[in-house]
Design a protein around this ligand. Structure first.
Ligand code: NAP
Ligand code: MG
Length: 490
């Protein structure tokens, strides 16, 4: 059993900007504060417009001279597999970084996040040398070739909730396809990204192939979004910032933009479901990672006839998931990402309750004396479907419960938000499962489960949840251009 607290004494991390294989001091720097207890973890460099420009120019040179794009897919695979191996060797340090900078239980970061990171690097490494181009039979007098070419320089801007998983979902397919990358981590989670990049260099990524620029979104992220020499911008984050990237693209070079945005997921529970499993899973789907998940099941839509049973079980689970120090071994929930975020969650709860709803548990910050940012599992019943808590992403451990009478009503409620990332239906009626899952307007639909997935299946949304797809072979399409060459044979 890892003693996470004792590991903190030897915890070191790079603090610069990684540009062209070299660590630089940025033009400015910012403090990284731990949400565990408010302690200062250190200062890291932040990149201004000129620093971002240097990083993009390094990525451009590295792309154009073929030091990476010119390698065979099998050679790139070797580097990605070595990188995965190094992540395995440094798994505890990387997990600890998650806990310290964004408050996730270290044990969970080790088991769940790092497993995802390692597998993502391996999976795209293994996939990319099995992909072949196309020679369609167009005419006896011509040869048509359809070739995938790496798209060029990729800007990747990621959030803090699964800092390395989200980064790996972008980096692995982009690098596997031969692109070069400038990564902009979230301000709240710069450290894990720097450690990951350090290992990438050690694994053999040539200089300039992966560059990392930390810094505030409105400066560093914007500079990347507006840069005229970035070919593809892949983003995971809020819908609000996603819109900006479309604007940055439109007003610069029309770079391709891929958006993985927010969500307002629902668990829809019919009376014929396995109610115990439905309730336990629904609770887990909103309390896991302190609810800081785009795909969180932040709404529970439950048939009125089973409402009381289901809610009772949800409350039982909530009682077992009270937050605590992320460095404790058995803690079920850590802190939320920052003190500001805790206050934002709380103000949304307070404002939401003004419109409708009744708090059954939670509803205000806890462990305040620790100096950390903790918010407990919160369940709010009788939330009206057109009010804040049913419509807006809180991004905290806050569940909005709404009852329904008919299947038609349940469907209208489930689809009745601007988001469309992920949702689940719980029923043991086969016809209803098919009918309802087909009618749900979400990129990911689960039947009698939640958050199930695999690297082979795509993840992403519709409507205001965006339109990119991470994971699966489809993710590679974001980083290739299709080139058609037509040769006259007459
Ligand atoms: P966010 O505020 O949108 O930030 C995401 C990234 O964009 C960060 O790196 C941020 O940098 C940067 N950014 C912020 N303002 C910017 C601007 N004006 N121009 C350019 N870049 C800017 O999201 P977050 O709070 O980190 O993460 C939570 C959101 O991510 C939620 O909405 C959640 O649903 C979504 N999410 C979606 C998925 C998915 O796959 N669909 C997965 C995970 C999370 P700074 O933080 O440094 O300002
Ligand atoms: Mg933010």
């Amino acid at each position: 059993m890892t003693d996470w607290r004792s590991l903190t004494t030897s915890f070191r991390f790079p603090t610069g900007l990684l540009i062209d294989g070299t660590w630089f001091e940025g033009s400015d720097s910012f403090e990284v504060i731990s949400p565990i207890d408010g302690a200062v973890l250190g200062r890291v460099s932040s990149a201004d417009v000129a620093d971002v420009d240097r990083a993009v120019r390094a990525a451009r040179r590295a792309f154009e001279d073929g030091r990476w794009s010119g390698k065979t897919p099998a050679e790139r695979k070797e580097v990605l597999l070595r990188w995965a191996q190094l992540c395995e060797e440094h798994r505890e340090r990387l997990a600890l970084a998650h806990a310290l900078e964004m408050g996730k239980p270290a044990r969970e970061a080790h088991g769940v996040d790092m497993r995802a990171v390692i597998r993502t690097l391996q999976w795209f490494g293994e996939a990319v040398d099995k992909i072949v181009d196309e020679l369609p039979h167009v005419s006896p007098d011509a040869l048509a070739m359809v070739q995938r070419e790496p798209a060029g320089v990729v800007g990747a801007v990621v959030p803090w909730n699964f800092p390395l998983t989200m980064a790996a979902w972008k980096l692995a397919p982009a690098l596997a396809s031969g692109c070069t990358v400038v990564l902009k981590p979230a301000e709240q989670s710069p450290i894990s990204a720097l450690l990951l990049a350090e290992l990438g260099m050690e694994a053999g990524l040539p200089d300039g192939v992966l560059n990392v620029v930390n810094g505030p979104g409105h400066v560093t992220g914007q500079a990347l979004g507006r840069h005229p020499d970035v070919d593809v911008l892949t983003f995971t984050g809020s819908t609000e910032v996603g819109r900006r990237f479309m604007e940055y693209s439109a007003s610069s070079n029309l770079k391709r933009v891929w958006l993985e945005l927010g969500g307002k997921g629902a668990n829809v529970v019919f009376p014929d479901a396995d109610l115990d499993k439905a309730a336990r899973t629904a609770a887990w789907s909103i309390f896991y990672n302190a609810g800081q998940m785009c795909s969180a099941g932040s709404r529970l839509l439950v048939h009125e006839s089973v409402h009381d049973d289901v809610v009772r079980t949800v409350l039982d689970v909530a009682a077992t998931m009270q937050p605590g120090d992320p460095l404790d071994h058995d803690v079920p929930m850590g802190s939320v990402v920052t003190h500001e975020h805790r206050d934002r969650i709380h103000s949304m709860v307070v404002e939401g309750l003004r419109a409708s709803g009744e708090t059954l548990t939670g509803g205000s910050p806890v462990l305040v004396d620790s100096g950390g940012a903790y918010y407990p599992p919160t369940v709010i019943d009788s939330v009206a479907s057109d009010t804040l808590l049913a419509q807006q992403e809180v991004f905290g451990p806050v569940l909005a419960v709404t009852s329904f009478r008919t299947e038609e009503e349940a469907l209208a409620l489930a689809n009745g938000t601007p988001y469309g990332l992920a949702s689940a239906v719980w029923t043991n009626d086969l016809n209803r499962a098919h009918r309802f899952s087909r009618a749900l307007k979400f990129g990911v639909v689960w039947v009698n489960c939640y958050e199930e997935g695999d690297l082979t299946v795509p993840f992403g949304g519709v409507k205001l949840s965006g339109f990119g797809r991470d994971k699966s072979l489809h993710a590679l399409d974001k980083f290739y251009d299709l080139k058609t060459t037509w040769i006259d044979l007459t």
